[in-house]
Design a protein around this ligand. Structure first.
Ligand code: PLP
Length: 431
């Protein structure tokens, strides 16, 4: 379009430029580095960004004036930003010295990132008759490896009968077996009190939670359950997860990535959920021999007291049945400035006068005497910083949790993806 005509159209459309006389606008346009109204075009804006590279001249006077306009100014600035990114790329094509071209620096500082939709991989011809990757073949090879080393898993078909604990029928309903390997240690999954609570919650609130905790899936039942778990472990707060695998993974990974330069000390026989959390945290880790206090101390002593450290261990080890040396490990942790993470999965509901686990069992009498929920200063429970447990074993249903200080629990609640981005436990489970 003829620049003068474009100018007059713009003049009428823009309440800001309308107040600028035609002669003044003409002057501004003429002063534009790429010439007249063309200096308003995107390419001119791109070129206007860089005063160093060949072809990248200075800022257009007309553009500078127009960007003061309250109406078109914001969109010019937004355009300008996009154009700057494009100009940066153009700069790199001119290959100016990085020290001279500011946009070449931008390209460098972006880690030479490929533009969206492009990769650094050399272009591939798709004309060849080359076959696609053999996905099924890969699955079968992995399975063959499992069969080869005899680690392939066959699942039993076990249908535990509500009225006949610990009996079940197999795939054949008339074949009754006794189940001695269940983690429903106390038969709570069939306890009429439990079943009735679930039925009543089902009738009142339905089967599903309806969302994640931070959207529609946070209910009074979740809060009551967490309050009850905090009371059970005499901690300030508790947080419920879909399972204790998730609780361990989410808590360790979130916590140890939040503590700067955190070092983790993990018992050699720790459960896979803790190992997963340690991996996901990206923190440095040391594995100490199972229940070996000397080895743990040797590893802890390498670090200054001020380095954040986490000692992760269990109370009842799932594979060996051995019991963790809780008071001794807590004492070592305190000596070297570490916090403790105790998995009481196989102990909650089983040990201690109130079923809080092995840590509570150490102070049996004191725990019996103290009011529910009240902190017992100096007790073993009091020395453990984070206790994790499951609702899926002695408590008979499903779910996992942590119990700790309010700020730790709130931090995990606020940062752990494994807590935030998943549907919360359904009402009957909480009940
Ligand atoms: N921690 C230990 C020691 C376990 O043995 C298990 C499960 O067997 C878990 C954590 C995971 O608990 P959940 O079944 O609630 O995921």
């Amino acid at each position: 379009m003829d620049p003068i005509k474009a100018m007059s159209l713009l003049n009428r459309a823009c309440p800001y430029l309308a107040r600028t006389g035609m002669t003044a606008l003409q002057g501004l346009a003429d002063a534009g580095l790429s010439g007249g109204m063309r200096s308003l075009s995107t390419s001119a804006v791109e070129q206007a960004r860089c005063g160093v590279c060949p072809g990248h001249t200075g800022q257009s006077a007309l553009l500078a004036k127009a960007s003061e306009c309250p109406v078109v100014g914001p969109s010019i600035r937004a355009n300008d930003a996009a154009a700057a990114a494009k100009a940066a790329k153009a700069c790199s094509q001119h290959a100016p010295p990085a020290t001279v071209c500011p946009y070449a620096k931008c390209v460098e500082s972006a880690g030479n990132a490929s533009p969206p939709g492009k990769t650094d991989v050399a272009p591939v011809s798709h004309e060849s008759k080359e076959g696609v990757f053999d996905y099924e073949g890969q699955y079968q090879a992995k399975l063959a490896k499992k069969h080869g080393d005899k680690s392939y898993r066959y699942f039993n078909n076990i249908n535990r009968l509500a009225g006949r604990y610990p009996q079940a029928h197999t795939a054949n309903a008339s074949n009754i077996v006794t189940v001695w390997c269940s983690n429903d240690y106390l038969g709570q999954s069939k306890n009429p009190v439990v079943v009735d609570a679930m039925k009543s919650a089902l009738d009142t609130y339905g089967a599903g939670a309806g969302g994640t905790r931070n959207i529609a899936g946070n209910s009074a039942l979740h809060l009551r359950l967490e309050e009850e778990l905090a009371t059970l472990h005499r901690k300030e707060a508790a947080l419920v997860f879909s399972s204790c695998f998730v609780a361990n993974d989410a808590t360790i990974s979130t916590l140890c990535s939040a503590l700067p330069d955190c070092v983790i000390f993990s018992d050699k026989m720790n459960h896979a959920s803790m190992i997963q959390g340690i991996r996901h945290s990206g923190a440095k880790k040391h594995v100490f021999n199972h229940n070996d206090l000397d080895h743990l101390e040797q590893l802890l002593a390498q670090y200054p007291r001020s380095t954040p450290k986490l000692v992760a261990f269990e109370s009842v080890y799932s594979m060996s049945g051995t019991v963790g040396r809780i008071p001794e490990i807590c004492a070592l942790a305190k000596k070297y400035g570490a916090i403790t993470f105790l998995d009481e999965v196989h102990a909650v509901g089983m040990y201690g006068p109130r079923g809080a686990g092995v840590a509570e069992h150490y102070d049996y009498e004191a725990s019996l005497r103290a009011p529910a929920g009240q902190r017992i200063a100096g007790s073993v429970v009091d020395q453990v910083d984070i206790i994790t447990g499951t609702l899926g074993k002695a408590f008979g249903i499903v779910g996992g949790y942590i119990a700790a200080s309010s700020s730790l629990v709130d931090m995990i609640r606020s940062y752990a993806p494994g807590f935030i981005f998943t549907t919360s436990l359904p009402p009957p489970i909480n009940a």
